[in-house]
Design a protein around this ligand. Structure first.
Ligand code: NAP
Length: 334
């Protein structure tokens, strides 16, 4: 095989969160020339915003940024290259089956692509949200809770993130009002139990269930929200100093429309066994794929599978089409 020149790689991994870093580790250890592209200034994705991780095997608990630091050092030690502030803008498939990735910093080519662009915060899309974003409205308690020391904040959402972040916020805020649109939390039971335990212990968490925030109010700063009781329809002006929105994630896949197949929620369709998209040579890993478990450990697992199956694809390109359809059918399609 011809030596790869400047700007040419065996594999380009788009997104250097845990999925991309794990894929990079396996690819680089197999001596593939590996480039990881990260749109942000720092790699790590969502876990950079996680203060304490206690469900990643091997660590009783570890701050997200510290874990990212270990991962980046490890993957670089095996020769993988990382370009930060380098968002991929478009991917082109050439006639020979290889790819050109166009980025803000030029074009790079590769024989295989692993897509791991992760996902971003879902917005509530209510009046006042945009106006106060970053100054009274936040999507990251781990980042912004200290700015609300001794203040009253509203925390919206009932998933794992919302529950973990409400617990975190209660360490700083004088009062946390948890607003959730249903009576039941979507979060894991152990987290909900912890939230109730902390609420009882600290006495500064209150719950507004079957309720929603329909507007964020305030002139120069947030001073209230409109809180709607979803059963009665009654709305009230509810005073607060800040609003934390934890209503899920949306995948960073808009730029991939037309290149790979996306599902109705814009997650990348892939076969669950081998992380293949329908485009031969393009794998996917992590939170951006259909039916991802959205866990740190599973994102890493996806990256490992994608990098391992890349080896299979490069050794035997016919493997992709020979096995994809029957396996997809067996798994209920993809
Ligand atoms: P999520 O699980 O999708 O939860 C989103 C929450 O926001 C749900 O309670 C949902 O309500 C609510 N919601 C959605 N749209 C809304 C709207 N327009 N208005 C009001 N409420 C709205 O999202 P997540 O908590 O960000 O978690 C994402 C993934 O990461 C999940 O798979 C989660 O398990 C995982 N995660 C895991 C951990 C952990 O294991 N320690 C920590 C954080 C995240 P409904 O429940 O009514 O739909």
């Amino acid at each position: 095989m011809a030596e790869l020149g400047e700007g040419q790689y065996d594999v380009i991994i788009v997104g250097a969160g845990p999925a991309g870093l794990a894929a990079g580790l396996y690819a680089a250890r197999d001596r593939f020339k590996t480039l990881m592209l990260e749109k942000n200034g720092l790699p790590g994705g969502q876990i950079m915003l996680t203060g304490r991780i206690e469900n990643y095997p091997g660590y009783e608990n570890i701050p997200g940024p510290a874990l990212v630091d270990h991962m980046v050092k490890q993957v670089k030690s095996f020769g993988a290259e990382l370009k930060a502030n380098c968002p991929a803008e478009r991917i082109e498939r050439l006639d020979d089956g290889s790819f050109t990735v166009h980025t803000a910093k030029g074009a790079f080519s590769a024989r295989v692509i692993i897509l791991s662009p992760g996902s971003d915060y879902r917005r509530l899309d209510v009046p006042g949200e945009k106006k106060h974003a970053g100054a009274g409205v936040s999507y990251c308690g781990t980042c912004d809770a200290p700015f609300f020391r001794d203040k009253h904040v509203v925390s919206i959402g009932g998933g794992n993130t919302a529950v973990e972040e409400a617990i975190h916020l209660a360490k700083f805020a004088s009062k946390v009002t948890v607003v959730h649109r249903r009576a039941e939390f979507r979060a894991q039971k152990i987290l909900v139990e912890e939230l109730h335990r902390v609420a009882k212990e600290r006495g500064n968490i209150e719950f507004k269930l079957e309720a929603g925030v329909t507007e964020i109010l305030g002139d120069k700063k947030v001073d209230a929200v409109t809180l709607k009781d979803l059963k009665s329809g009654a709305a009230e002006r509810f005073a607060c100093d800040g609003v934390f929105i934890f209503v899920g994630m949306i995948p960073n896949t808009g730029w991939l429309k037309g290149f790979v197949e996306l599902d109705g929620n814009d997650f990348i369709k892939a076969d669950p066994a081998y992380m293949r998209t329908r485009v031969p040579g393009v794998f996917v890993a992590g939170d951006c794929r259909t039916a991802a478990a959205m866990q740190l450990a599973t994102a890493c697992g996806d990256g490992v599978v994608a990098a391992m199956m890349m080896k299979q694809h490069l050794k035997d390109p016919a493997w992709w089409t020979r096995t994809a359809e029957p396996e997809a059918a067996a798994a209920g399609g993809w």
